[in-house]
Design a protein around this ligand. Structure first.
Ligand SMILES: Cc1cc2nc3c(=O)[nH]c(=O)nc-3n(C[C@H](O)[C@H](O)[C@H](O)COP(=O)(O)O)c2cc1C
Length: 291
């Protein structure tokens, strides 16, 4: 969405705060306020959200109540720290279906992440039907089976080595990875779901662009989803296992109605948790490199 800015002259007192806040401040020498039609505007709307006079307006946008400290009163730092530290990846879900309105609410909140260049180029695909989940799982089984046959054959390993990326090359010589994949396909063969954990809904976050920060944006959007899910009593889990395989498969992308240019950078499973975590996991203290 890009909404046109304009300035209400009757309200603006030229305090200059919109200029200070603008990412393109350097382009406004000798000005007292932003120029709404600046072609370099990245539509971050900092000028709009910061104006003390409510003089920066958005065309066609309804007035929203100004931010007040009371709005954040319940989210003090203790509450937030507890909320963040109790987050867990959930791999065990009940059969309860997830209403589309909840999924929409989660995605609606994803867009409040910071985004490189304010591009917000991430897009969402939601897999919710059993039919689609089954089709993707079947495809992933085939992909991992093929991968396993290469990993377990010295001749094939050496053939593919020059054609794969650095990460995949490291995997080719990694015995642990080979064993992990072997176990994965064994479980898939027996009808288990070690990839999506029988989740109710799977959200794929993808981007066509390679600039400026599509991967980071997708992961951040995903994290907003996991936090909002937690606030709604839902469980979630990031799933790289699916992401890498789908990106390498044109058949999978076709099944998902994605184009070859769509790069999946985040996969998240969602559902009502069938388990309850009761305490915070210990985490190693992080050394800080103070300078
Ligand atoms: C980028 C990313 C990828 C992940 N991929 C998987 C995955 O493929 N399968 C899975 O079961 N968990 C996956 N996880 C979840 C981690 O395994 C999990 O965060 C870790 O075990 C710690 O547990 P916690 O999230 O409950 O603190 C992933 C997490 C992240 C952040």
């Amino acid at each position: 969405m890009s909404t046109k800015l304009y300035i209400d002259d009757a309200l603006c007192n030229s305090c200059g705060l919109c200029l200070q806040e603008c990412g393109h401040f350097g382009h406004y020498q000798n000005e007292k306020r932003i120029k709404p039609d600046n072609p370099e505007c990245s539509m971050c709307y900092h000028c709009y959200t910061i104006c003390p006079q409510n003089a920066v307006k958005l065309e066609g946008c309804p007035e929203v109540p100004a931010f007040s400290k009371e709005l954040l009163e319940n989210i003090n730092q203790e509450n937030l720290a507890v909320f963040l530290s109790y987050r867990r990846s959930i791999r065990n879900y009940t059969d309860k279906t997830l209403d589309d309105t909840i999924v929409k609410k989660l995605i609606e909140n994803a867009k409040y992440i910071p985004s490189g260049g304010n591009a917000h180029s991430y897009e969402f695909t939601v897999i919710k039907s059993e039919e689609s989940k089954k089709a993707i799982k079947n495809e992933l089984y085939k992909i991992y089976k093929k991968r396993s046959s290469i990993l377990n054959n010295v001749f094939l390993r050496n053939i593919v080595k020059p054609f794969v990326n650095k990460q995949m090359r490291a995997f080719l010589n990694d015995m642990e990875y080979r064993e992990k994949i072997r176990k994965l396909i064994e479980r898939l063969y027996h009808g288990e779901d070690p990839i999506f954990h029988n989740a109710t809904v799977i959200i794929l976050i993808h981007s066509k662009l390679s600039i400026p920060t599509p991967k980071e944006d997708c992961v951040l959007a995903g994290y907003n989803i996991t936090l909002m899910a937690q606030a709604l009593g839902l469980g979630s889990c990031y799933v790289t296992l699916a992401q890498n395989a789908i990106n390498a498969s044109s058949r999978c992308k076709k099944l998902l109605k994605l184009s070859p240019e769509d790069n999946i950078n985040t996969v998240i499973t969602l559902g009502y948790p069938a388990v309850q975590h009761r305490r915070i996991a210990p985490r190693r203290n992080k050394e800080i490199n103070w300078l």
